[in-house]
Design a protein around this ligand. Structure first.
Ligand code: ADP
Ligand code: MG
Length: 469
């Protein structure tokens, strides 16, 4: 079946073709028709199988572009995942002029509040901050017709459940609720009934193809063996999971000292550092990412060659999510788990969780050569971002006036459409803020519009106009 046969609009098909999504992945083929019918769903499908687009595409299709208030709410456990999902919506919705916002903690509330006053179709965010906005009346959910819980088992976990309940209490619009994950531990199904009435269950077959290795490693030798693994395999991209921030910092310091190309992420860092770390790793700007479980769920990074569980995961569902950062979309992945002398219980739990034997083997010591050292001190690949092609022919213009000068989106459209050879079709997303406005110009007409607007007035006002940074 093709995306077209699933009933998606031309403007969505155009984005899919630029992104080189040739045909729907199996989960998308199953989920999209039900979501287009706005039904409640519980979806279980392995990591890296394309769950994000399976909910993003039907939501984009169903958005009423002229509606000012948000029509879809996507709840996720981490800020990085929120941003990633926003970016996926932006890519897939770029020809439909879908406006999205990622609302997460540790970012200025005030700017978010201003953003939320703009026309917004999809709000993606972490529960705590979304709830703050709901309580302060800066987010209106009266028009929400879809609620998505991604990484649903985590969202219904103790850490989040109270916030999720409170968020649902604000929803009077009776939206379709769809939940997604690769894992559903026992008990979650029951809990989900609280939020989903008569859901349709979609459970996709199949496991991720990952070669799993289990090395017995003495606790005190973990750093040394990790270093030897890196030198031996020289992966282009590797994620090492440690159990606490302090562990992650210690591993990072050790590898940095050894001149390994690496960086780290955990909740103790500044948010800007966290975002740029993930961005750099996605580009391939460094080899080894050392992380706590903030990076275990949902992050989609091209071709992570291997995952190392430096410390055993807990709870065990995190095993699936951590190693699922490797082996995305039918690629083969690799995972190594270090098992120390105190891990007997963990091994037993993992065995029960995976329903299989855990073949623990020793790591054969490896001597790192000068050449190895040189290779692992540098990154190798910088990945070109396909999304760039979607931006082709687009330019965003900045205007130094907004609500303060009583400007409305219609005034900007009106002025632009008066320019010869320019029409509605050439205008993308418009944002009118308190003191400034932004308008996106499509089809390579940015320069022309910029030049022409500089000689014209908008609502009888002369504004300073330039290309936005
Ligand atoms: P999941 O949420 O199931 O772990 P993601 O939604 O993160 O998986 O998708 C994994 C990868 O698959 C992403 O890089 C995404 O761009 C890619 N992808 C999604 N749909 C398609 C498709 N139809 N064809 C090709 N690649 C796709
Ligand atoms: Mg996902």
């Amino acid at each position: 079946m093709s995306f077209k046969e699933l009933g998606l609009d031309e403007n969505i098909l155009k984005a899919l073709s630029i992104l080189d999504y040739k045909e729907p992945l199996p989960v998308q083929e199953r989920v999209i028709p039900y979501m287009l019918d706005t039904m409640n769903l519980i979806v279980k499908s392995k990591t890296g199988s394309g769950k994000t687009a399976s909910f993003a595409l039907p939501i984009i299709q169903k958005m009423e572009i002229d509606e000012k208030l948000p029509q879809a709410l996507v709840l996720v456990p981490t800020r990085e995942l929120s941003l990633q999902i926003k970016e996926e919506f932006d890519k897939l919705g770029s020809f439909k002029k879908i406006k999205t916002i990622s609302i997460t903690g540790k970012q200025p509330f005030k700017f978010q509040k201003e953003d939320l006053q703009q026309r917004t179709h999809v709000v993606i965010g972490t529960p705590g901050r979304l709830l703050d906005h709901l309580k302060q009346n800066t987010l209106n959910v009266d028009k929400v017709k879809y609620v998505i819980l991604d990484e649903a088992d985590e969202m219904l976990n103790l850490n989040f459940i109270e916030d999720i309940r409170s968020i649902f209490a604000f929803l009077s619009s009776n939206p379709a609720t769809c939940i997604f994950s690769a894992t559903y531990p026992e008990g979650i199904q029951n809990l989900s009934k609280e939020f989903l009435k008569d859901p349709k269950m979609i459970e996709m077959e199949g496991n991720v193809k990952i070669d799993e290795y289990f090395y017995s490693v003495k606790e005190t030798l973990k750093n040394e063996i990790l270093y030897q693994c890196i030198g031996k395999y020289k992966w282009d991209s590797l994620i090492v999971f440690g159990k606490t921030q302090a562990r992650v910092e210690a591993i990072y310091t050790y590898l940095k000292d050894k001149d390994v190309s690496c960086n780290r992420i955990h909740a103790g860092l500044m948010q800007d550092e966290r975002f740029s770390c993930i961005k750099d790793f996605k580009k391939g700007a460094f080899r080894v990412l050392i992380a706590t479980d903030v990076a275990a769920r949902g992050l989609d990074i091209m071709k992570v060659d291997c995952i190392i569980n430096y410390d055993m995961p807990s709870p065990m569902a995190f095993y699936t999510h951590r190693i699922g950062r490797s082996g995305r979309v039918n690629e083969k992945g690799m995972a190594i788990t270090f098992i120390n002398e105190y891990d007997n219980n963990h091994v037993q739990q993992l065995k029960e969780y995976l329903h299989k034997e855990i073949p623990v083997e020793p790591f054969i010591p490896y001597t790192i050569s000068k050449q190895d050292k040189e290779i692992i001190s540098k990154s190798t690949k910088i990945v070109e971002n396909k999304a760039k092609e979607l931006k082709k022919g687009r330019m965003t213009l900045y205007l130094n006036g907004g609500k303060n000068k009583k400007i409305r989106p219609g005034d900007i459209v009106g002025a632009i459409c008066q320019i010869e050879t320019v029409s509605m079709e050439d205008i993308g997303i418009i944002q009118v803020q308190d003191h400034q406005s932004y308008v996106e110009i499509l089809n390579d007409k940015g320069k022309l519009v910029l030049k022409q607007l500089q000689n014209r007035t908008i609502k009888n006002k002369k504004l300073k106009i330039q290309e936005a940074r």
